[in-house]
Design a protein around this ligand. Structure first.
Ligand SMILES: Cc1cc2nc3c(=O)[nH]c(=O)nc-3n(C[C@H](O)[C@H](O)[C@H](O)COP(=O)(O)OP(=O)(O)OC[C@H]3O[C@@H](n4cnc5c(N)ncnc54)[C@H](O)[C@@H]3O)c2cc1C
Length: 378
């Protein structure tokens, strides 16, 4: 079989290596529009590449295809594949990283495996169009025409376009009748309507609760929050963006001291006064920020400390987001991720309408779908 893959990222390269391992006689050619393969991998996990997570989150998804693929390729199965191509990993809590703590190791190992198993990578190759007929698929790129039996799209969404995923494939897919769910930047900071400039750069570990415009709680998580000059960032804020699906005035409430009860704070306040309370419990930047609005004692604890409220404006853009929500709809593919309308066309990775939280779950999806399709193309 001759199989083309569009996109030399985590999912496309996993597919290609695994296919050649399973079916050495197949020819697999990866078409990548950049001058390098796997550019995004180098940026993952702050250069350390958080490549997986031991906690199974498959039950958080309603879509049966997502659920079953994540269940089919849990952490241990993925680790087996990574081990087989010399990517040795270690755990930091539930998060898995290469033992070297360097994303370069992951990229190099993937490229070595491509060489070892005979995956061809055509750089600076951009698909212009393709035709599907009874005999197979003809793919036209800026470099020539290729006659293929199957074609796998692995081009991700629009996040971090400088790393290759710029949405340039969308017009071609739309021309072929796919109605993609509009891409939306997620896993990124948010702009808030309230000013945060005074506390820019301040970090704290707290609880983030996000409320819909009708005060319904839609997200809650504990973890690190970072104030920016015009909004909020940090892993928990990144995760919250997956739930802020519309342009609405969501309310983001921060409990600055989730481990300290209101009673303890009230007691301390009674004995020592407000300045002593703030100075004892909060970062000096937050003390100044809170005192500036001169709250009364009740507001100080109930609002400023236990529920500091920000009105969400919008998320930051695709330039900084780690992942794109949206993409090829699951109703348009079968359980093998093959198009229902075009025989022999497959989709893997972030291009599908999947987005996972921080913690390795997006690379896990890329790897899981690559492995799944490599096994199921017949
Ligand atoms: C800064 C950053 C940090 C991240 N950190 C983590 C992390 O630590 N852990 C984690 O799990 N996830 C992380 N992610 C998310 C994760 O990297 C992606 O979800 C994952 O790489 C998606 O894999 P993919 O194969 O679908 O797409 P990609 O890896 O984006 O690969 C897509 C490939 O397709 C190519 N392409 C696009 N359009 C075309 C076209 N028209 N023609 C030819 N080629 C094309 C691109 O150049 C690219 O090489 C991070 C993302 C970013 C941006």
């Amino acid at each position: 079989m001759k199989i083309g893959v569009v996109g030399a990222g985590a999912s496309g390269i996993t597919f290609a290596i695994s296919r050649k391992m399973l079916y050495p006689k197949d020819e697999v050619i990866v078409f990548e529009h950049l001058d390098k393969a796997l550019k995004k991998i180098l940026a993952t996990g702050n250069g350390k590449c958080n490549i997986g997570n031991t906690i199974d989150i498959s039950d958080q998804f309603d879509e049966p295809i997502v659920k079953s693929i994540l269940k089919e390729y849990p952490f241990d199965k993925q680790k087996e594949f990574l081990d087989s191509i010399n990517i040795k990993t270690k755990l930091m809590g539930s998060l898995s990283y290469p033992i070297t703590e360097s994303a370069v190791t992951v990229r190099n190992a993937l490229l070595k495996a491509c060489e070892k198993y005979g995956v061809k990578i055509e750089l600076e190759s951009t698909p212009i169009d393709y035709k599907v007929n009874d005999k197979g698929i003809t793919l036209k790129t800026n470099k020539g025409e290729y006659h293929l039996d199957k074609l796998v799209f692995a081009t991700a969404g629009k996040s971090s376009p400088n790393l290759g995923s710029d949405g340039s494939i969308v017009p071609l897919l739309e021309k072929h009748g796919y109605r993609l769910k509009e891409f939306r930047p997620v896993l990124c900071p948010v702009y808030t309507k309230n000013r945060t400039k005074e506390v820019d750069g301040t970090r704290f570990k707290g609880k983030v609760s996000v409320y819909d415009d009708d005060e319904k709680l839609i997200f809650e998580e504990l973890g690190e929050v970072l104030f920016k000059d015009r909004g909020l960032s940090g892993i928990v804020i990144f995760n919250s963006t997956r739930y802020m699906k519309e342009e609405k005035p969501y309310r983001v409430r921060l409990d600055l001291l989730p481990d300290v009860s209101k009673e303890e704070l009230k007691e301390f306040l009674k004995k020592n006064g407000r300045e002593a309370l703030l100075e004892a419990y909060l970062h000096p930047n937050l003390v100044k920020y809170i005192l500036k609005s001169n709250p009364n004692d009740k507001e100080l604890i109930d609002h400023h400390i236990k529920a500091m409220t920000f009105i969400y404006d919008k998320t930051y853009g695709f330039e900084v987001s780690h992942v794109s929500a949206g993409g090829i709809r699951f109703k348009d593919v079968n359980s093998n991720l093959e198009s229902k309308s075009e025989k022999g066309i497959y989709f893997v990775g972030e291009l599908l309408d999947y987005d996972g939280p921080c913690g390795g779950y997006n690379l896990m999806w890329a790897i899981a779908t690559g492995l799944h399709v490599s096994k199921n193309i017949k």
